[in-house]
Design a protein around this ligand. Structure first.
Ligand code: G6P
Length: 608
């Protein structure tokens, strides 16, 4: 969703800001803008559509060394140039870029209008520059503090003043902001991804803090007054692999093909086949703590929720600890009972999903123990949890999540192994599972090198009015993930059902030729899913079968057969999801969709 970049220093601010915005494009947005200080005036440029439109409207070089920029994902007010950020006060002396939502903007707006202010946009944000201007009497920090004391809601804001050519103010309440530290230059951004080209040294602002950013100095203050507690300077994670799309047409395809490496990175140093165990340092749980757990609940949204479902099934199935997964937005708003001897895992690629963060806070406020399973180092969820596991997928740019899913699932399998070792699993069985996990990257590589007749399946899907995904056990969340991918990027109507539910409704949807994607690997559900396949086939469905290589029965029942490598029955999601990712990608390609940036979606959903 919305993104913020700010720069103050010796470079030409325009190109730095545009570069930062391009790096935030993956988050999803509909318009973009910059405010730069040129001489004594703030110049604001905004355009609807892509950052390239904004870039085309700007000179290649500017004479500015200070500015802020924004990508907007519309919430209040339509997608128009007037609603794009940055917003300014009437005389263009203050410009503001804002992420988040100001809940009481209407009241403030009415009051300001009564005082004669004329608004030029429909946004909630525009109240901020007018308020700051109203309170400004030479002290920018004081003006921002007073303005923010009037608003309720969430914000990450960046503010520049025409009267202060070496100053950006940034403040945070619920929307992330990071300050990047350079030599004779400093940066701000809502996502450290925007900064990686310029610096690896960052500090993360906390809620209720304000940063005073100058070219040679950064100070952090409390919004309520006084200085903030000292911050440690953190190092950003190295960028893994090739930057950009490399040899691939889309980020999504690149990220699908990165999975052998990203899974291997997630496993590295954590799985110990010789000892028949695993170690997740960040979990800070001793075997005694693990043994004392009464339940494990996994929380997430979208693809991360699906990974949570796989995790819950493996934890309960193997470690015999009651476990369930829940959509974070539902969990946080239903006043859940928190088990004091339970463990809650917040799963999130970005670490910024508002509902997942809300769920973390709900657990914490009730005294529960919550840990993160997160990709982005230093993200809000990772820092709020304070403990957990980084999945180390590297940056995931395509909106549709792929490599993060397999790494989340891998991390949850590692946790399952650790937990099961304290209860149910013998050293011998644990070693076997550990070895199987270590072999997973090679199986993923082998499948991706030879993925089978994906195009044949795509032909069935793109001609369909409706498609159905089905599976049992861990293959049910995999089916859900396959359907989500197909909806997200190909916009093909489809749904996923546990195969055992077919006869309770979805079978009525089937007509001659309806594609049914059946996920039927060799596990304890195999036989029963095969009979469900027979049932749907008898109703005329065309079966796209995803099964373990060598399974002749499944192959015979499939109209399009997509065999996957033989792996341990617990680990099948790591291979069965691969053809589903490729199916969605190739179907979207065939339909001419905007694969990396599908309509209406955002990579990082930072509002409830
Ligand atoms: C958005 C993205 C999905 C992602 C979900 C959860 O909907 O488009 O790909 O699965 O958010 O995001 P998270 O960053 O918390 O994993």
């Amino acid at each position: 969703m919305c993104g913020i970049v700010g720069y103050v220093g010796h470079r030409d601010a325009g190109p730095v800001l545009l570069d930062g915005l391009r790096r935030l494009e993956y988050r999803g947005y509909d318009s973009a803008g910059v405010a730069i200080l040129e001489g004594e005036n703030l110049t604001i440029r905004r355009e609807v559509g892509q950052v390239s439109n904004l870039a085309a409207s700007m000179p290649e070089r500017t004479t500015s060394h200070l500015g802020i920029a924004h990508t907007r994902w519309a919430t209040h007010g339509g997608v128009t140039r007037a609603n794009a950020h940055p917003h300014a006060d009437t005389e263009h002396r203050v410009a503001v870029a804002h992420n988040g939502i100001l809940d009481n903007h209407q009241v403030i707006r009415r009051n300001l209008e009564a005082e004669g202010v004329v608004f030029r946009s429909d946004t909630d944000t525009e109240v901020l520059p007018h308020l700051i201007r109203k309170f400004y009497q030479g002290d920018p920090v004081e003006a921002l503090r007073r303005a923010l004391s009037e608003v309720r809601g969430t914000y990450g804001v960046a503010v520049v003043f025409a009267d202060h050519p070496d100053l950006i103010l940034a403040a945070r309440n619920g929307s992330p902001l990071v300050v990047g530290l350079g030599e004779g230059e400093n940066f701000i951004a809502s996502d450290s991804h925007a900064l990686v080209r310029y610096t690896r040294r960052v500090i993360y602002l906390e809620d209720g803090e304000l940063a005073v950013v100058k070219s040679d100095d950064v100070a952090t203050l409390r919004l309520s007054g006084g200085r903030a507690a000292p911050h440690t300077v953190e190092e950003l994670e190295p960028v893994y692999g090739v930057e950009g799309k490399g040899e691939f047409a889309h980020y999504m395809l690149k990220e699908i093909h990165e999975q052998p490496e990203s899974i291997a990175r997630c496993l590295r140093g954590r799985v110990l086949p010789e000892e028949g165990n695993a170690r997740l340092g960040g979990f800070e749980m001793s075997p005694r703590d693990l043994l004392a757990l009464s339940r494990v609940q996994l929380l997430g949204c979208g693809t991360s929720f699906h990974a949570g479902l796989v995790g819950a099934l493996s934890i309960e199935g193997l470690a015999r600890v009651p476990s369930s997964a829940e959509i974070a937005s539902e969990f946080r708003s239903r006043n859940p009972v928190i088990a004091s001897d339970g463990l809650y895992l917040a799963i999130s690629q970005s670490g910024e999903t508002a509902d997942t963060l809300g769920a973390v806070k709900e657990v914490q406020v009730k005294g529960g123990r919550v840990m993160g399973v997160v990709n982005v180092v230093g993200s809000s969820i990772a820092r709020s949890c304070g403990a957990g596991v980084y999945i180390h997928s590297g940056p995931e740019v395509a909106v549709a999540s792929t490599k993060a899913f397999t790494s989340q699932v891998t991390a949850l399998f590692i946790f399952t192994l650790m937990l099961a070792r304290t209860r149910t699993l013998s050293p011998h069985d644990a070693s076997r599972l550990a070895r199987a996990l270590m072999e997973a990257p090679e199986h993923v590589r082998a499948y991706l090198a030879s993925p089978g007749p994906i195009q044949e399946a795509v032909r069935l899907l793109v001609a369909a009015r409706y498609a159905l995904f089905m599976g049992r056990g861990v293959s049910w969340p995999v089916a859900m993930e396959g359907a989500l991918k197909l909806k997200e990027i190909a916009y093909i109507p489809c749904e996923a059902y546990p195969a055992g539910e077919m006869k309770h409704g979805p079978i009525a949807m089937l007509e001659k030729g309806t594609p049914v994607i059946a996920i039927v690997p060799q596990d304890e559900h195999h036989e029963r899913t095969l009979s469900n396949i027979q049932e749907v086939k008898a109703r005329g469905a065309s079966i796209i079968g995803i099964f373990t290589r060598g399974d002749e029965e499944a192959e015979r029942l499939s109209d399009v057969a997509l065999p996957v490598p033989v792996v341990d029955p617990l680990l099948t999601p790591l291979v069965t999801v691969l053809p589903l990712q490729l199916l969605a990608y190739q179907a979207a390609l065939a339909l001419g969709r905007d694969i990396d940036r599908p309509r209406n979606l955002a990579k990082s959903v930072t509002v409830e």
